[in-house]
Each structure stands twice: as C-alpha cells, then as structure tokens.
Design a protein around this ligand. Structure first.
Ligand code: SF4
Length: 405
C-alpha cells in the first residue's frame, strides 16, 4: 500500500505553519496574482520564499496555485511573475489554463506541474493527454465516482489527487458564471461572491417588490446550495484506488478549520496505514469534523450521481463551536499566553485541541492581561494569561461550545 500525501490549504503564513503542525505532508498556497481565491490573503514572492524555507526545514512540500484562466492582456504579467518565481524551490505549480502551462514551460521548464480541479479531468484519456504535456499530477474532477477513479488509476501512470473534504460548487468546479453575472466578481479569477448560497425569492414582473418565497421547507430554499464534501469514512477506498494525494479544500477558511480538519485526516490516514486490515474509523473523528463550521456533510459523487442530487434538507451552515484563541506561549508555571479570537470569561468551559488529536476540557480560571492586571473578560485580539491543562503546547487552539440561541 502506498500512503497518499495529505495536502492542506494555507491562506497565509500562519495557516501554513498550522497546517504543517497539525499533520499536512504538503500545503498549497496562492500567489499575489493568478491563483484562484483572490481574497485568501495571498502570498507575495518574499513570503513564498519564507514559506518555502519553512516547508523545506520540515521536509514537507509547497505547491503554488496559478489556476486562473487568463486573458491575452495578462500573459506578459504572468511571464514576469514566473521569472520572479523561478529562483524559488517551490515543489509544483497548480495550473489549469493550457496557456499558463505553455508559458511555464518556456520560462521555467523544470518546474513540476499539477493540474487543478478547475480543468475538470473526468477520464483517463484526458489524464494521459495532460501527462503528455508534462503534467505530473492531476487533481480529478470532484464529480467522479470511486469506480471511475479506480478506472483512471488502472489506465494511467500520472499522479492522481482527489478532494476529500470541503466546499463544493453546484457547477463543475469553477465553471460557473453566477457570481460574474450578479456581482461582476468572477469565480474564474478567484473572486466568487458565492451567490449560490444566497437566499432567493420569486417576483412577478408587474408586482415589483412583492417577493414570493420559494420554499423547500419552513426555513427557505436551497436550490443552488451544495452540501460540503467529507470522505473521511471512505479513506480506505481512496487509498485502495491508488490515489497519490488527498486534498482538503479551503484557502479562504480559518486557521481553526485548517487545524481541526487536517489533524483528523492525519489521524485516520496514519491509523489506516499502520494496520489496514484492522482499521476501524473512530467515530470521534467525525464528531471532530462536526465541530468545524460546515454545511451538512455529503459524500458527493463518490458512489454515483443519484446520491449527489439536490437535497431538499437544510443546507445552511452548522456551527457548534467557536474558536476562541491560540496558545502563543506556555510559561514555566503552566500558564498559557493566549491570543484571543473571540470573547470568553473566567468560569467558562473551554476545550483545548492540538496536533495528534490531543485535547482537553478545562474551565477558564483567572484571566490576567499580558502586562499584569486581572481581567473580567478576554476580548478578541487581546493577549491574555490563564492557567491551562498539563501538556499544553504553543500552537494549541482553544474553542468553546456555542451557546444555543
Ligand atoms: S457561485 Fe457557487 S457554484 Fe458558482 S463558482 Fe461560486 S461557489 Fe461555485
């Protein structure tokens, strides 16, 4: 059995460190330009150089997303950017536009290339086509079934990557003009405003302002709204299918999301690789994934299109926990210096999570400002000292169960 790589998203430097700490083998990031996810806190060339050093020190990999479809006027800028990037030791570029591939080949011919899901590769012939152009790995379309993934594996030698977790489009990934039409922000330039998740109503032409709700249930309508992908339960099938890399979606997502999701897939993958025959999925892992803000999970198209038809059930975000802070330091007396992300009070029940599925419940004790002085509340962005559970380490995260209502 070949153990696939676990590939996690990183919207900025802090998330990159978090992804590595929480078990990613490789991280993908976006540059200042040409990477989809225009608002994901993209990396400058200098930051990419620093990111690459950090990744190399830890013997992991770094891929740069250059997967927008470009217009003629953008090509000279692409060439300049690629020349600037050429000295960096990035492990691969993720591309989808054949024009971008051609320019990379001219400017930086030795660079490894991975094909983005945006290219919608759905068959072995397409995978082989891309391999012949020099692409070393193909991220398969999310719309494939497990059987189709197995077939493509049998019929090709190119590296195969699949998404295992995260948001899905209601179109083939990125092949959607809804955002461009309604907001002028193009999904293909990384600026999707996600209008597929807005609320819609029906209006008769001669009655402006009279909105008739389109109701699938008592809370509204979700005709455009996709559930989130979660293939944790099917990791053994994907490993058995010969997939080389398992990718987590979400360069726009929070640091907490990156940590919580990456550590679960790390634990499952390691447990399966250590003992494939005796492997049983720990239900606690799924519970952990439920503690991250998400729409109801779904297995997408893995077992066929029927399964992926529009669900009438609610597909709004589910959020059971709030991320409240990051442990920046643990002092000799076991006090934690926490950078707060959400308000919390002394006496509140908190939960600490760390890499390798470490976690502990505790009650927040006395809160002290970093510079001294008791606090009645820990405010967002403040640095606060408080006693913490034994074994806490720098980089651990604190969360709190969301109060109902
Ligand atoms: S509007 Fe929705 S379906 Fe279309 S690209 Fe954006 S997220 Fe995907």
């Amino acid at each position: 059995m070949t153990k696939p790589e676990l590939l996690a998203p990183a919207g900025d430097m802090e998330k990159l460190e978090t992804a590595l700490d929480y078990g990613a083998d490789a991280v993908y990031v976006g540059g200042d330009q040409f990477g989809l996810r225009a608002m994901a806190g993209n990396f400058s060339v200098a930051e990419l150089a620093r990111a690459q050093e950090r990744v190399r020190e830890r013997d992991k990999k770094l891929y740069l997303t250059l997967n927008a479809y470009l217009r003629p006027a953008q090509m000279p800028e692409l060439r300049r950017t690629l020349e600037e990037l050429r000295p960096l030791d990035l492990d691969a570029y993720i591309i989808s536009d054949p024009g971008v591939l051609a320019v990379v080949r001219e400017v930086d011919s030795a660079r490894e290339l991975h094909l983005s899901t945006q290219a919608n590769t759905t068959n072995a012939q397409a995978a082989r086509f891309w391999q012949e152009t020099g692409v070393e790995r193909v991220n398969l379309a999310r719309e494939l079934t497990l059987e189709e993934i197995r077939h493509i594996r049998r019929e090709t030698t190119v590296g195969l990557e699949v998404f295992v977790h995260g948001a899905m489009c209601v179109a083939y990934s990125g092949r959607c003009l809804l955002s461009t039409a309604l907001t002028g922000r193009s999904a293909n330039a990384g600026a999707c405003a996600q209008p597929c998740r807005w609320n819609y109503a029906l209006m008769e032409e001669t009655r402006p302002g009279q909105y008739f709700p389109i109701e699938e249930d008592d809370r509204g309508s979700y005709v455009f709204n996709s559930r989130d992908l979660c293939l944790l339960e099917y990791l053994p099938d994907l490993v058995g299918a010969g997939v080389d890399s398992l990718k987590i979606e979400g360069r726009m997502k929070t640091l907490y999301y990156v940590a919580a999701v990456t550590r679960v897939y790390r634990a499952a993958l390691d447990a399966y690789a250590a003992d494939p025959a005796g492997y049983v999925m720990d239900p606690a892992w799924l519970e952990e994934l439920d503690k991250v803000s998400h729409r109801p999970y779904d297995r997408g198209f893995l077992f066929g299109a029927e399964d992926a038809l529009v669900h009438a059930a609610d597909s709004r975000y589910q959020r059971t926990h709030d991320f409240v802070g990051i442990v920046r330091r643990v002092d000799d007396g076991g006090r934690l210096l926490v950078e707060c992300r959400n308000r919390f009070f002394p006496g509140e029940e908190l939960e600490l999570i760390g890499p390798a599925m470490r976690q502990a419940q505790f009650v927040a004790g006395e809160l002290t400002a970093e510079g001294g002085g008791a606090l009645e509340v820990a405010q967002p962005n403040a640095l606060v000292l408080l006693p913490g559970p034994a074994g806490t380490r720098q980089g651990d995260l604190l969360r709190r169960q969301k109060v109902a209502g």
